[in-house]
Design a binder for this molecule. Structure first.
Ligand code: UDP
Length: 475
């Protein structure tokens, strides 16, 4: 038999659909090359009830939808006194799971390689203990990876904290100048426990044998070059990076063959006429902000498809928990739905985003700048109106607007409110102006180059082959 067929690759990811779903797409590439795949997922202990409640159903659903991949829930570690911060809990659970992962790896016939999520750096030790090569799969942009990997060097050689710098520009290799306030909030303070822990993660990442990134070279050429020539990590060697994307997660509805009502609504709209507004899997804005968006959309005179969520919970620790459906009557301006019935559709909580972006009627995308959303827009050729919210999204906004030139910024994203006038102005700019036309030209190119990257012999396809060759060399 083909020697590859007896080889298994272990993927180790964290909880939650946002990290697991991209890992599943990577697993499919391995299956396509004749490997078997095991995805090992940590299980939060009962003491972390919130984290556990929010993630287990997503894992179960994804596992059920992908029977050719073997999913293994690692048993929960002992964690009697959970940190009050949900994100710190997650990092703790992953770290405490490393010995459990090691026992699991020892129980298997040797795997060919381990591919790790960014947050699983300590699993490098488990891979080393069983003598298996370890790689990372970075599911955000090459630009973000370039900035993250540079941070340990930056903090070691620069006085002071980012949090005191306001909008002063950071000049990091491979990325456009970044206003300090656009760095992820949890690295603004490196004296903070979480900030220090993240910097520890970035420092350890180059220990891997290689890093896979869900991007394509054309989109992020400068960042890819800076990573490749070692400019981002000046004080030690950087392992090779493999740009294997854009891997787009297929929506569950599409996979089941069901069609959401909003797609039928889009069918009835003219080509390239609809502004799509959606803030990712967890993004949500205040009730006051919802009203401003409504007024802005209405005054723009354009058609829109808007995913409306309940405002975020007051307790930030509950941010990632499932939310109730929004009460549209109470949240939107009076009679808004009636007045805009002819040209707008409001969807509660969730829309099949990939299909919406690829629909011929969709013309622009108001996005929170999650990396998957950006890739989905780029591959569909849809210009972005960037309205970052959490995690590394502000940094992605800088890359999209100043680097890739695939979008414009919604001013006020870093203030209490983005005003209705700003929403209206930017929608008009993208839909009606010459600048919007230029953007569409860039997007058409981004779409074409994405298809080329993934085609047989294209750069991303070749990068994955190079990675498989490297992994085979370790045998
Ligand atoms: N998504 C979707 N429908 C929605 C909201 C989100 O299908 O109403 C999908 C979207 O297509 C993307 C993912 O959820 O694949 C969100 O990932 P992203 O990296 O953009 O942001 P995150 O939510 O992880 O911050």
């Amino acid at each position: 038999p083909n020697s590859k067929q007896s080889q298994t690759v272990g993927l180790h990811t964290i909880l939650g659909a946002g990290h697991l779903a991209p890992m599943v797409e990577l697993a499919k590439l391995f299956l396509g090359r004749g490997f078997a795949v095991i995805i090992a997922v940590p299980t939060p202990p009962a003491s972390t009830a919130d984290v556990a409640a929010s993630s287990a159903p997503a894992v179960a659903r994804i596992a059920a939808a992908n029977p050719s991949i073997s999913f293994h829930n690692l048993p929960p570690p002992d964690y009697p006194e959970p940190d009050p911060d949900g994100f710190q809990q997650l990092l703790d659970v992953i770290r405490l799971t490393v010995p459990i992962l090691l026992t699991f790896l020892r129980s298997l016939p040797p795997v060919a390689a381990v591919v790790l999520d960014l947050f699983c750096v300590d699993a490098l030790d488990a891979a080393a203990a069983v003598g298996v090569p370890a790689y990372f799969y970075f599911t955000s942009s090459a630009g973000v990876l370039a900035a993250f990997l540079h941070l340990p060097h930056y903090f070691a050689t620069t006085e002071g904290d980012l949090k005191d710098m306001g909008k002063a520009l950071l000049h990091f290799p491979g990325v456009p100048p970044i206003p300090a306030s656009d760095m992820p909030h949890n690295v603004l303070d490196c004296a903070d426990v979480i900030g220090a822990s993240l910097v520890y993660h970035y420092r350890r990442m180059p220990e891997a044998r290689g890093m896979l990134i869900n991007t394509y070279e054309w989109l992020e050429a400068k960042a890819v070059t800076a990573l490749g020539d070692g400019a981002c990590v000046p004080d030690r060697p950087t392992p090779p990076v493999y740009c294997i994307g854009p891997l787009i997660v297929k929506g569950e509805d599409a996979a089941k063959g069901e069609r959401h009502a909003c797609l039928a609504w889009l069918d009835a709209q003219p080509e390239r006429s609809v502004v799509f507004v959606s803030f990712g899997s967890m993004g949500a804005v205040s009730a006051e902000q919802l009203k401003e968006i409504a007024r802005g959309l209405e005054n723009s005179g354009h058609r829109f498809l808007w995913v409306v969520r309940s405002p975020p919970p007051e307790d930030p620790a509950k941010f990632s928990l499932p939310r109730s459906e929004p009460d549209l009557g109470a949240l939107l301006p009076e009679k808004f739905l009636e007045r805009t019935r002819e040209r707008g559709m409001v969807v509660m909580s969730w829309a099949p985003q990939v299909e919406v972006l690829r629909h011929a009627a969709t013309a622009a995308f108001v996005t929170h700048c999650g990396w998957n959303s950006i890739l989905e827009a780029a591959t569909a050729g849809v210009p972005m109106l960037c309205w970052p919210q959490y995690a590394e999204q502000r940094l992605n906004k800088v890359l999209v607007v100043d680097g890739m030139q695939l979008g414009v910024v919604m001013d006020g994203y870093d203030e209490e409110l983005v005003k209705a006038e700003e929403v209206e102005k930017k929608v008009r700019l993208v839909m009606d102006s010459d600048e919007g036309k230029k953007l569409r030209g860039r997007l058409a190119m981004a779409k074409e180059m994405a298809a080329e990257a993934l085609a047989d012999g294209g750069p991303s396809c070749t990068a994955f082959s190079d990675f498989v060759d490297d992994l085979q060399r370790c045998k």
